[in-house]
Design a protein around this ligand. Structure first.
Ligand code: NAD
Length: 338
C-alpha cells in the first residue's frame, strides 16, 4: 500500500506538469496512492465550486496533498482557493527553498530556506474603514496580529527543519526597532526558542530592510530565514529572483493537520495546453513532500537527476532557453534516474 496523497492537477499548465511529475516519481519508485481531486477553475466547470467539499474531505483523510496551480474565478462569491486551503488546514508554515541550479547566473552559491509565518501578522484579515465626518472611508486600518503561539510554532518548525536537514543557522528577520510590540514579540519568542537549540543550530537576527540589501549583495551569508507573514511573502519572491525566477521554485505549506506541496508559479495561461511548460517547480515540490514523509533519499535522487538535466541545458523547456517539450524533459529526467 502506498502513502495516501490527495492530487490536485490544477488549471492551465497544471495537468501537463502534474503528468510529468507523476511519471518521474513513478520511475523513481515513489510509493504514493493518489486520490485525484478537483479545485480551482476545473472544479467550477465540473461542480460549480472552486473548492469542493470532496477535495477538502480527501485532504482531511490523507493529510497530504500535491497541488498544481489553481485559477481562482474572478467575481463575487468566490474566495481565493489558496487562502481557503490555508485557512481550512491552518497551514501555518510556508517553506520556500531557493537554490541556484544553473551556473552563470547572478550568484553561484545561493542555498537558502525561508520559512514564512502563513496565518497571522498583517495578513490576519483584521481590516476596517474608519469614518471621519461624512466620509465612511476616510481612513483604513489593517491590524498586524502576532501571537506567542503563532510565533512559537513557526519558529520551532524552522529549528526542527534545520535539525532534520542539516542546516546550520537560522536568521530571524523582523522590524522590532519600529514595531516594538508585534515584531518585538516575534523576536522575543525567537530568542527563547533559539536557546533550546543552542549548540545545535546557530541563531542570529536581521532587521528586514538590512536583510533585503544583504540578500542581494551577500546571499551566501544566509542559511535559513524565519520571518512574519508580509516580510516572508516579499523576501521569498526576492529569493526566487536571485536563483532564476519562479519557474524552478517549490513551496510547502505545513499545518498541524495537513501539508500541501505546490509550485510557486501560477497557471501560465499563455502556454497552457501547448505541452511546453517546465514541470521542475512541481517536481521539486514533490521532492519536498518525499522529504516530509521520510523518503529523503529518493528526493535527493530525483533532484540530482533533474538538476543535472537542467544544468546540461540540452533537454530543457523554453523558459530555460531550450526547445524541449514537458514530456521530453520528463523523459530525460527519467533516463537519468536510471
Ligand atoms: P504565472 O506564474 O502563471 O505566469 C507568469 C509567467 O511565467 C508566464 O509568462 C508563464 O508562461 C511563465 N511560467 C509560469 N510557470 C511556468 C512553467 N512551469 N514553465 C514555463 N513558464 C512558466 O503568473 P500569472 O500569469 O500572474 O498568473 C496566472 C494565473 O495563475 C492567475 O489566475 C493566478 O491567480 C494564478 N496563480 C495561481 C497560483 C497558485 O495556485 N499557487 C500562484 C500564482 C498565480
Amino acid at each position: 500500500m502506498g502513502i495516501p496523497c490527495t492530487l490536485i492537477a490544477g488549471d492551465g499548465i497544471g495537468p501537463d506538469i502534474t503528468d510529468a511529475t507523476l511519471r518521474i516519481l513513478e520511475a523513481a519508485g515513489a510509493n504514493f496512492e493518489w486520490d485525484r481531486q478537483l479545485a480551482g477553475m476545473s472544479a467550477v466547470h465540473a461542480v460549480k465550486d472552486p473548492m469542493p467539499e470532496a477535495t477538502l474531505e480527501s485532504i482531511r483523510r490523507t493529510r497530504l496533498a500535491l497541488k498544481g496551480p489553481l485559477e481562482t474565478p474572478v467575481g463575487d462569491g468566490y474566495r481565493s482557493v489558496n487562502v481557503a486551503l490555508r485557512r481550512t488546514f491552518d497551514l501555518y508554515a510556508n517553506v520556500r527553498p531557493a537554490r541556484d541550479i544553473i551556473p552563470g547566473g547572478r550568484f553561484d552559491n545561493v542555498d537558502i530556506v525561508l520559512v514564512r509565518e502563513n496565518t497571522e501578522g498583517l495578513y490576519s484579515g483584521l481590516e476596517h474603514y474608519i469614518r471621519v465626518g461624512d466620509d465612511e472611508r476616510a481612513a483604513a486600518q489593517s491590524i498586524a496580529l502576532i501571537t506567542r503561539l503563532g510565533s512559537e510554532r513557526v519558529i520551532r518548525y524552522a529549528f526542527e527543519y534545520a535539525l532534520k536537514h542539516g542546516r546550520k543557522k537560522i536568521t530571524l528577520v523582523h522590524k522590532a526597532n519600529i514595531l516594538k510590540y508585534s515584531q518585538g514579540l516575534f523576536r522575543q519568542v525567537g530568542q527563547t526558542v533559539a536557546k533550546e537549540y543552542d549548540g545545535r543550530v546557530a541563531y542570529d537576527e536581521r532587521i528586514v530592510d538590512a536583510c533585503a540589501m544583504q540578500l542581494v549583495m551577500k546571499p551566501e551569508s544566509f542559511d535559513m530565514i524565519v520571518t512574519t507573514n508580509l516580510f516572508g511573502d516579499i523576501l521569498s519572491d526576492l529569493l526566487s529572483g536571485l536563483v532564476g525566477g519562479l519557474g524552478l521554485a517549490p513551496g510547502a505549506n505545513i499545518g498541524p493537520d495537513a501539508a500541501i506541496f505546490e509550485a510557486v508559479h501560477g497557471t501560465a495561461p499563455d502556454i497552457a495546453g501547448q505541452g511546453v511548460a517546465n514541470p521542475s517547480a512541481l517536481l521539486f515540490a514533490a521532492c519536498l513532500m518525499l522529504e516530509h514523509v521520510g523518503d529523503g533519499d529518493r528526493a535527493v535522487r530525483i533532484r540530482t537527476a533533474a538538476e543535472s538535466v537542467i544544468r546540461e541545458g540540452r533537454t530543457v523547456t523554453r523558459d530555460l532557453g531550450g526547445t524541449a517539450t514537458t514530456r521530453e524533459f520528463a523523459d530525460a529526467v527519467v533516463a537519468r534516474i536510471g
